[in-house]
Design a protein around this ligand. Structure first.
Ligand SMILES: Cc1ncc(COP(=O)(O)O)c(C=O)c1O
Length: 364
């Protein structure tokens, strides 16, 4: 028996980050490969963010602003929340970890959908909590089944809306009815990493839900829409009480100087935001059209990524496409072995994806 680690850690699998593209290309003897595997922004980082980073580089001898003053001020202006209702993190991943360290005690349970973002379970298990996973119903989060799973040990519920990896989203009415029904002492985390890509006006928006449920925490990120995944910065909204507790656990300099400056500038980069949304929507139209022509099933999405059902299974498709320099995500580790997930790329990347998929299907 393993007596070295916390209970449950032996069952966790390290996150498969993949090799750097340069290393893969060297091994496979190819160049010019494209990556559609991590739901990133294909346009690059926001230009205003890049400019802000360049201006801030000279101050790197100093520790960052531990209060995140200017960024929180900007977020507060945009979303109409008080600054003490906002927290920033080293990616929203850090905020997930901070929430669990602040609110979940060893042996307490959290409920999530399955499949969903794999990081929740990893962090909960690492913190000595118990993860309860409720299967999706027709690729959607099943709130009725989550409700039934609630028991006296339930401390938290994580809802990813829209959900990664399915791209499906819950409506305002669904989430509101759910929040009104559950025991009011449960902490509910609404991870909205992809909320800005949503086109359906009925989809829930955590900002509007805060006043309906005091223990709601909403998470957002600069990694996707603003193209700052490599910088690691995300933010969260909640009641001042919840944020105060999280601030007690938070490390003082959790978000670096460049990330704070870049994120503040990115929030004002409306041109980049519009360009990103356009490229994603046009890209989805193109890709869906092409997949329909190929007779392949896909799952409709509210985000910048989606699932495709592939005849030879996700893992094989991933391996064959990788050899052609097109990196997609196999959904095997998410329990969806028949699927791959791709994000929308630049128009030429989308075309290359389709061309390569056709080739791989024909050679089968
Ligand atoms: C659902 C979900 N939440 C959070 C994140 C992580 O965001 P960040 O880069 O801000 O840590 C991701 C990234 O893939 C995600 O898919």
């Amino acid at each position: 028996m393993n007596t070295l680690t916390r209970k449950g850690i032996e069952k966790l699998v390290p996150y498969p980050p993949g090799k750097p593209i340069e290393e893969l290309e060297r091994e496979l003897g190819i160049t010019g490969s494209i990556k559609l595997a991590s739901n990133e922004n294909p346009l690059g980082p926001s230009p205003l963010a890049v400019q802000a980073i360049q201006e801030k580089v000279k101050t790197l001898n100093r520790y960052p602003d531990g209060s995140g003053y200017y960024l929180k001020e900007k977020i507060s202006d945009i979303f109409g929340l008080a600054q003490d209702q906002i927290i920033i993190g080293n990616g929203s991943n850090e905020l997930i970890e901070l929430i669990i360290r602040t609110f979940l005690s060893v042996g307490e349970e959290f409920i999530q959908a399955y499949p969903t973002f794999l990081v929740y379970e990893k962090i909960v298990t690492g913190a000595g909590g118990e993860a309860i996973s409720i299967p999706l119903s027709d690729f959607r989060i099943d709130l009725a089944a989550i409700l039934k799973a609630i028991n006296p040990k339930t401390k938290m519920i994580f809802i990813n809306n829209p959900n990664n990896p399915t791209g499906s989203a819950l409506s305002k009415n669904e989430v509101l009815a759910f929040l009104r029904t559950i025991p009011q002492d449960i902490v509910v985390v609404l991870d909205e990493a992809y909320i800005e890509f949503v086109s359906d006006k009925e989809v829930a928006n955590g900002l509007d839900l805060l006043r309906h449920y005091p223990r709601l925490i909403v998470l957002r990120t600069f990694s996707k829409l603003y193209g700052l995944a490599g910088l690691r910065i995300g933010y969260g909204f909640a009641s001042a009480e919840i944020i105060d507790y999280m601030n007690r656990v938070r490390q003082p300099f959790n978000v670096n100087t460049l990330a704070q400056a870049a994120a503040t500038a990115a929030l004002a980069d409306s041109e980049f935001v519009s360009e990103t949304l356009k490229i994603v929507r046009d890209g989805l139209d193109y890709l869906f059209d092409q997949l329909e022509n190929l007779g392949l099933e896909y799952v409709p999405t509210q985000t910048n990524f989606f699932l495709i059902k592939v005849p030879m299974g996700g893992k094989k498709t991933y391996e064959l496409m990788l050899k052609e320099g097109v990196i997609v995500r196999s959904m095997q580790s998410y329990g969806l072995g028949d699927y791959i997930r791709i994000n929308v790329g630049l128009p030429e990347e989308n075309e290359r994806f389709i061309k390569t998929l056709k080739k791989v299907l024909n050679e089968r």
